[in-house]
Ligand binder design. Structure first.
Ligand code: SAJ
Length: 442
């Protein structure tokens, strides 16, 4: 065996050994809702973890033991730092000491709906400057199929090291569901796919030290597509029931009753629920990553595009239903007092990213409605040049509204009291099912 192969073989044996012995130095680049819980999970298992967060303020907060991520308490963060198993850096200077580097940076869409992988490229450039031979790099950021091979690999090889020879490279989609008390990093199955068999094997070994079930697939591109299928599946099925809501409106049927009854089928059906649209940082975006890639290959992903169109039109449909409801009370939208309940993109969170509630508020405000809102998780919002603060849900505030509009069904609101005090309720989330009153539902 020639010298190079001996060195490579030694590097592989050494990394394999370090992973098994948990002496591998793990780095996590990007300490957001994915990266910080992941860093904590490896540190909890006794790995020496370096968290790299380029936002100096966030890094400073973490170093002081102050967490900004719900799934990692400040108490736990402080304990891990105190134990010396988690170190927080705001630059990549420590990369040269790391054996495994997990990249968990955001991949937003540009206004043109094209993927913006600039954060991934910047992270790879910083890593390439310092990474040593015998490292495994794993991308976790949700991205279009081919990113690991076509963008990450060349950037990392600017280090002068060769992927598959001097370092190993894989993709593993994140499946973090913030706030989920049942599914944590450790018990959520983890898909991994490498650029070659050895990369896959190292990724399997590394994650198996922390996660109870690791699912190897044949390539990094396969793993990238698995993630996009998971969320495109949601987008398409949500669009289906959103279209069903419009069908039921025309047939005079109750879409909530139809879906609930279909959900009694014990096999071959999975309920999704209609609403005023879709929000958050995954479902609106992830299918677009796949659509963009396929269009670049001259393939028209009709299903994906149609689902995005149907979901994207739901705020307009919901606003139209409110206008119709006000009209039934001989009120025009112009001048009508509309109290919105729930501006976050989903129940139980304070995140308003892409929230359809904001679109509905904007549409009604543009037509002259006097909008106010209450959301216990969101103190203030601004959309389309208007800003609102969450109102206290006093009797007077509820009674003053010509229509109470439930757009996000947060837990903990006294819905029976709200219905009792309201002149009219439009419920876009089936939040007041079974209650009697002047209620109309999507
Ligand atoms: N929505 C509907 N009807 C539904 C389900 C969702 O209108 O039946 C809307 C929500 O109101 C929200 C949007 O779609 O505005 C997205 O909701 P989501 O439940 O998909 O929640 P997300 O965006 O937080 O999605 C994340 C994803 N997690 C990851 O990508 C790791 C998704 O795969 C998870 O299934 C989801 O969390 C979850 O189940 O909580």
């Amino acid at each position: 065996m020639d010298k190079t192969r001996i060195i490579l073989y030694t590097l592989a044996v050494e990394l394999d050994w370090k992973i098994r012995e948990k002496t591998a130095r793990v780095g996590v680049v990007g300490l957001g809702y994915v990266g910080l819980p992941l860093a904590a999970a490896f540190a909890r298992r006794g790995f020496q973890v370096t968290g790299i967060e380029i936002d100096a303020r966030r890094a400073a907060s973490l170093r002081k033991g102050r967490s900004y991520i719900e799934d990692v308490s400040s108490k736990e963060l402080s304990a891990l730092i105190k134990r010396g198993v988690l170190t927080i850096e705001d630059d990549a200077s420590a990369v040269g000491k790391l054996d495994a580097i997990l990249i968990c940076v955001q991949t937003p869409l540009r206004k043109t709906k094209e993927p913006d992988i600039s954060n991934i490229v910047s992270a790879c450039r910083a890593v390439a400057k310092k990474m040593k031979r015998g490292t495994i790099v794993i991308l976790e950021s949700t991205t279009y199929p081919g990113t690991t091979q076509e963008a990450v690999r060349p950037e990392l090889e600017k280090s002068g090291l060769k992927a598959g020879k001097d370092f190993w490279l894989a993709f593993s989609p994140e499946r973090v569901d913030p706030g989920n008390k049942l599914w944590k990093i450790e018990n959520t199955p983890k898909v991994v796919g490498g650029i070659d068999a050895r990369s896959t094997a190292f990724a399997v070994g590394l994650y198996s030290a922390v996660i109870s079930r690791v699912v190897p697939v044949s390539s990094a591109t396969t793993a990238e597509l698995v993630k996009l299928l998971e969320n495109t599946f949601r987008s398409v099925n949500i669009a289906l029931v959103n279209e069903l809501a419009q069908i039921c409106d025309r047939l005079g049927l109750d879409v909530w009753e139809v879906v609930a009854a279909a959900a009694t089928k014990p096999f071959g059906f999975m309920p999704f629920w209609p609403g005023p649209g879709i929000g958050g940082h995954c479902i609106p975006k992830d299918p677009q990553l796949l659509a963009w890639k396929m269009k670049s290959l001259n393939f028209e992903p009709r299903f994906i595009e149609l689902a995005s169109t149907v979901n994207g039109q739901m705020p307009l449909y919901a606003a139209g239903r409110v206008a119709r409801l006000l009209n039934a009370d001989a009120k025009s939208v112009k001048g009508a007092r509309v109290l919105v309940l729930g501006v976050a993109y989903k129940p139980g969170v304070g995140d308003c990213r892409d929230s359809p509630s904001l679109d509905v508020m904007h549409l009604l405000a543009e037509d002259g409605a006097k909008i106010s809102y209450h959301d216990p998780y969101v103190p203030r919002v601004a959309v389309g040049g208007r800003a609102w603060s969450s109102r206290r849900l006093t009797d007077a505030v509820v009674r003053a509204a010509d229509c109470v509009l439930i757009l996000t069904a947060h837990p903990g609101l006294d819905y029976p009291r709200i219905v009792r005090l309201s002149r009219r309720v439009f419920d876009a989330r089936n939040a007041v099912a079974g209650l009697k009153g002047r209620i109309e539902r999507l």
